[in-house]
Design a protein. Structure first.
Length: 366
């Protein structure tokens, strides 16, 4: 067993999640502590500017304009997150064998074999004085895979610890939503399903000045526009069979008609739930249970809307099972780093569409 730390900064742009696990790359022996370092308003603003500029990128190593500044901010934030985590939990850096560093995705265009995550792993390794594994997605995309989602192998390890009848779907609702479909030991299917919190968060910031709809309170006061949702679900992405993946901004062109803020929040929340449920006809069997992680797991309005869409299947949050809803992706990148060290696959034809099971990751040494 090895002690690994995972770091995740997702498409929600909220901050850096930190998690420690004990694993051999196959089994998770123990969950360690978790931590969180929020982005400042300035850092979040930089990242939003970088996302806007990234649409013009054609090379994954290019860092023009504000993108270079954003990369330095991301690297510093991750270094601070690790230092604070180790100090708070009285962990010696010598006891950590590997850190899995995802970085911040600013562009994901697998059809062009282009995926860009910013964050300087060499600088991070030197700052925290621990080996860092990074660049998890590049080999998959270069081989023709979607490069996402990458968490399914970890979802499978967690789900196999549960004794459940029938097919299970683990859903992560971050800026983008993705699912992992697990049916026994052999069947593993994964894909992005559509917008998670990204459209809703952007709407909330624009209309209310708040960065998200806390616990779905605003959406709970509104009425979803069913016609708008039905029209939005006509996007060709939803008819594609898995595996498939998205960029955070792929649905940014969707615009709501004039409506009250509560109705807008309700419509976008319901759209996220409907987009997740839309995957059901494309799966081998109808899932009997859904386990929800990510920021969306803390939104009871969103969970209620998902329950309505996938009934009679059960829908529960990851935390109800003792999993960490917030840190599950950080734990996953600790797990992926351990797998990378062992040369084990990180992605499969049924999860990213890559031709063969692919390992990946690059090590940066202190």
């Amino acid at each position: 067993m090895m002690t690994a730390i995972g770091l995740m900064s997702g498409t929600s742009l909220d901050g850096v999640d930190v998690a420690l696990i004990e694993t051999d790359g196959e089994r998770v022996a123990a969950f360690g502590p978790t931590g969180y370092r929020p982005y400042t308003d300035h850092e979040r603003g930089l990242l939003r500017e970088a996302l806007a500029q990234a649409v013009a990128l054609t090379r994954r190593d290019a860092r023009p304009g504000v993108i270079g500044e954003a990369e330095r901010a991301v690297t510093m934030a991750h270094a601070e997150a690790v230092a604070a985590f180790l100090a708070r939990n009285h962990i010696a850096r010598e006891d950590i064998e590997i850190v899995g560093f995802h970085g911040q995705t600013i562009l994901h265009r697998p059809a062009q074999r282009l995926t860009v995550q910013i964050g300087d792993a060499d600088a991070l390794a030197k700052a925290i004085r621990v080996p860092v594994m990074h660049d998890f997605r590049a080999a998959d995309v270069a081989a023709g895979g979607q490069g996402a989602p990458f968490v399914p192998v970890y979802h499978r390890a967690l789900a196999q610890s549960q004794s459940r009848e029938g097919a299970v779907c683990v859903v992560n609702i971050g800026g983008v939503s993705n699912i992992t479909y697990i049916d026994g030991a052999e069947t593993l299917i994964a894909c992005d399903t559509g917008p998670g919190n990204a459209l809703l968060d952007d709407f909330m910031l624009r209309v209310t000045g708040q960065s998200f709809d806390g616990e779905g309170r605003l959406a709970a006061q509104g009425r979803p526009d069913a016609d708008w949702i039905a029209h939005a679900l006509q996007h060709p992405f939803f008819a594609q069979s898995p595996p498939k993946s998205l960029d955070r901004n792929d649905f940014a062109s969707l615009s709501l008609p004039d409506m009250a803020p509560a109705d807008g929040a309700a419509t976008l929340t319901a759209f996220t739930a409907a987009a997740i449920a839309r995957i059901v006809p494309l799966l081998p069997k109808r899932p009997e249970s859904w386990i929800v992680a990510g920021g969306g797991a803390r939104n009871p309005t969103m969970l209620g809307m998902l329950r309505e869409r996938v009934a009679p299947a059960s829908v529960e949050s990851a935390e109800a099972l003792g999993w960490s809803a917030d840190a599950i992706e950080a734990q996953a990148f600790a797990y992926l780093a351990a797998r990378g060290l062992q040369g084990l696959p990180l992605s499969y034809p049924s999860t990213t569409g890559v031709p063969i099971p692919m390992t990946g990751g690059v090590i940066a040494k202190p």
